[in-house]
Design a protein around this ligand. Structure first.
Ligand SMILES: NC(=O)c1ccc[n+]([C@@H]2O[C@H](COP(=O)([O-])OP(=O)(O)OC[C@H]3O[C@@H](n4cnc5c(N)ncnc54)[C@H](O)[C@@H]3O)[C@@H](O)[C@H]2O)c1
Length: 318
C-alpha cells in the first residue's frame, strides 16, 4: 500500500494533485486540511477510505498513529492561504502555517522517512528587479509591507526546509509556483483569473489595477501538477528548488481582452489604483525545470481558459 500525505489537499492545487496521485497508483492519500480556504467538495470524486479527509490545522502537530506501521513515502506541503484577499484576511494564520505548519509537515516527513515537497511561491522574489526570475535570484521583498505575511513566511518555509535537508538529510524539494489557474479556483478569491472570468460572465466591467501594463504569466493547473509529480518522483533532486510556471508573459490588459473575447462580451474596464507592493512583472525562468525535470507547460492559455470558463459558467448558474 503506497501512501502520501498532502497538507492543503482540499484546496485548488492540492485537490488536483490528489487526483494525480491516485491516478498514478497511490492507494491512499491522507489530506490534512482545516478548510480555511479549501473545501472537501473538491475531493468528491474519491472514496473516503482511499482519500482520508482529516480536518486538521497543520500549525498543530498531527498524531500519525492512524498510519502506524504503514509506509508513507511522500509528504507534500501545500497548506497556506494563497491569494492576497485571503492572506490579508488571515495574515497571522498565514505566517503561522508557513512557519509552525511547515515545521510540523517536515516533522511528519522525518517521522516516516518520506520525501518532502514544499509548495512555495514566486512571491519569494517580491517585486523583482530582474526579469525573468531564475532560482538563483534572491528577490526584492519588503519585510513589513502588506504582502510580507505571505512572502516572508514562504521564504522562512524554504529556509526551514533546507535546514532539515542539511541537518538530517531529509529529501526536500522546493517548488516556487507562479500564477496557476484552472477549475476549482474560488470565484471570489480576488485573483485575476477568477475575477475577470466572474466579472465577464456576469456582464460586469473587468477590474484592472493601475494602467494594466504590469505583466503576469499563467500556468494551467494540469501542467502545474505534472511538475509537482515529476519533482516528487524523479531521483537525485534532494535540496533542489525549481520555478514552476509558464514563461509566456502578458500584460494584464491584454489578458482582460482575451478573457472578454473567450466569454463573448465586449471589453469594459474599471480602473482601480495599484495595490501597495504589487509586483510590476512576474515571469519565471524555467530552464532548470526543463533540464532536470524534463518539464514545461503544454496547455495553451486559450485552451486552459476555455476549460476554466466552462467550470465557472457551470458554478455560477447552479
Ligand atoms: N495558485 C497559485 O497560483 C499559487 C501560486 C504560488 C504558490 N501557491 C501555493 O500553493 C499552495 C496551494 O495554493 P492553492 O492555490 O491551491 O490555494 P488554496 O487556498 O485553494 O489551497 C490551500 C489549502 O490549504 C488549506 N489550509 C490553509 N491553512 C491551513 C492550515 N493551517 N492547516 C491545514 N490546512 C490549511 C486551505 O483550507 C486550502 O484547502 C499554497 O501553499 C500556495 O501558497 C499557489
Amino acid at each position: 500500500m503506497q501512501t502520501a500525505i498532502v497538507t492543503g489537499g482540499a484546496g485548488f492545487i492540492g485537490s488536483h494533485l490528489v487526483d494525480r496521485l491516485i491516478a498514478a497508483g497511490y492507494s491512499r492519500v491522507v489530506v490534512l486540511d482545516n478548510l480555511a480556504t479549501g473545501s472537501w467538495e473538491n475531493l468528491a470524486g474519491h472514496p473516503p477510505e482511499v482519500v482520508w479527509r482529516v480536518p486538521h490545522d497543520i500549525c498543530e502537530p498531527w498524531d500519525p498513529s492512524p498510519l502506524a506501521g504503514q509506509p508513507v513515502d511522500l509528504v507534500v506541503h501545500l497548506a497556506s492561504p494563497a491569494s492576497p484577499v485571503h492572506y490579508r484576511r488571515l495574515a497571522i494564520e498565514t505566517l503561522w502555517v508557513n512557519s509552525k505548519g511547515t515545521g510540523n509537515a517536515l516533522d511528519l516527513a522525518r517521522h516516516f522517512g518520506a520525501r518532502f515537497v514544499l509548495g512555495s511561491t514566486s512571491e519569494t522574489y517580491g517585486d523583482p528587479l530582474v526579469s525573468p526570475q531564475s532560482e538563483s535570484y534572491w528577490g526584492n521583498v519588503n519585510p513589513i509591507g502588506p504582502r510580507a505575511c505571505y512572502d516572508e513566511s514562504k521564504r522562512f518555509a524554504e529556509a526551514l526546509s533546507m535546514e532539515y535537508h542539511r541537518r538530517w538529510g531529509l529529501d526536500v524539494r522546493i517548488l516556487r509556483f507562479f500564477n496557476c489557474y484552472g477549475p476549482r479556483m474560488q470565484s471570489e478569491d480576488g485573483r485575476v483569473v477568477p475575477n475577470f472570468i466572474r466579472q465577464a460572465l456576469s456582464g460586469e466591467p473587468l477590474t484592472v489595477y493601475g494602467d494594466g501594463r504590469q505583466t503576469r504569466s499563467f500556468c494551467y493547473v494540469s501542467d502545474e501538477v505534472e511538475a509537482i509529480w515529476k519533482a516528487a518522483t524523479l531521483p537525485g533532486l534532494a535540496g533542489e528548488v525549481f520555478n514552476v510556471g509558464n514563461p509566456e508573459e502578458r500584460t494584464i490588459l491584454s489578458f482582460a481582452e482575451l478573457v472578454a473575447n473567450l466569454v463573448g462580451v465586449p471589453l469594459v474596464v474599471k480602473a482601480e489604483p495599484l495595490p501597495e507592493d504589487d509586483p510590476k512583472t512576474r515571469c519565471p525562468d524555467i530552464a532548470k525545470a526543463r533540464r532536470l525535470l524534463g518539464w514545461e507547460p503544454v496547455v495553451p492559455l486559450e485552451e486552459g481558459l476555455q476549460r476554466t470558463i466552462a467550470y465557472f459558467r457551470q458554478r455560477l448558474t447552479v
